[in-house]
Design a protein around this ligand. Structure first.
Ligand SMILES: C[S@@+](CC[C@H](N)C(=O)[O-])C[C@H]1O[C@@H](n2cnc3c(N)ncnc32)[C@H](O)[C@@H]1O
Length: 247
């Protein structure tokens, strides 16, 4: 009885977050505006950090974010990465056209190769715009935090999607949000007749799972601060996660 009540309370917490106006917004025009806000948010955080030189690895593709950062008059050396050959070639062309005076470095391959080889303080900031499910990249996130791959004051930006039909996603969210009653598990929302409501619940639960996971990884050492976990849309609902290394 007692544990059931606890589960119900947890679900209430999640459902109360469903009223998030960002994830409740399906209009394309507004979605673009939100993406723009998200990109400017990254610029503001970097400006505030005062760290404007050094190496910044990024999943750059069309280099929109890197272009927005131009107005900071920074002295970054971008390391642009893509593991898809066609996208990689497009990215290189776009980057060389957009940044003729400060050509970036490029890596054709998986971002994990860069992260797992990185040591403490190797980078100033990281722009890891995965826009994908989190589960496959969990170890990369852990390595980034544990090995403190950005300098003190540096920022790491991750984007991950908030919905994913995979079993791994459901298992991760259930693990993090601590459901113990099988009837309450996230997987059961697939049986909701109100699909929209089910989606919003999944988004809110995923946001909560990201936060719980990150707090666990940061642990007592507290070398990192979660500056923001914000929803926006880029085709699908996404989370922008901003982490700052504080010591
Ligand atoms: C969302 S897009 C990046 C968009 C870019 N930030 C922009 O604003 O134009 C993600 C890109 O990263 C690449 N990518 C995703 N995961 C990757 C990984 N693990 N390793 C290397 N490239 C990856 C994809 O091929 C895709 O081109």
């Amino acid at each position: 009885m007692h544990s059931k009540l606890k589960v119900m309370q947890t679900e209430n917490v999640i459902e109360s977050k469903v009223v998030n106006p960002l994830s409740n917004d399906f209009s394309k025009k507004k979605s673009k505006a939100k993406k723009f806000l998200q990109q400017n948010r990254i610029k503001e955080e970097i400006a505030e950090s005062g760290l404007l030189s050094g190496i910044v690895p990024s999943l750059a593709y069309e280099c929109d974010q890197e272009e927005i950062l131009k107005s900071l008059n920074h002295n970054f050396k971008f390391l642009m990465i893509d593991n898809d050959v066609v996208t990689y070639k497009k990215m290189v062309n776009i980057a060389l056209e957009k940044f003729p005076d400060n050509p970036p470095c490029f890596h054709l391959g998986n971002l994990s190769e860069i992260i797992f080889n990185a040591k403490e303080n190797d980078f100033t900031h990281c722009l890891f715009d995965y826009c994908k499910g989190f589960e496959k990249h969990r170890n990369e996130v852990v390595h980034t935090l544990q090995n403190k791959i950005v300098v003190v004051g540096g920022l790491v930006f991750f984007t991950f999607c908030l919905r994913n039909p995979s079993h791994e996603h459901t298992a991760f969210v259930n693990e993090m949000t601590g459901y113990s009653n099988p009837k309450m598990k996230l997987v059961s929302i697939k049986t909701y007749t109100d699909v929209r409501k089910a989606r919003l619940i999944e988004e809110a639960a995923t946001l909560q799972a990201y936060r719980t996971f990150l707090l666990g990884e940061i642990g007592n050492e507290r070398c990192w601060r979660i500056k923001e976990i914000e929803t926006y849309r880029d085709g699908a609902p996404m989370a922008l996660i901003i982490l700052k290394r504080v010591k």
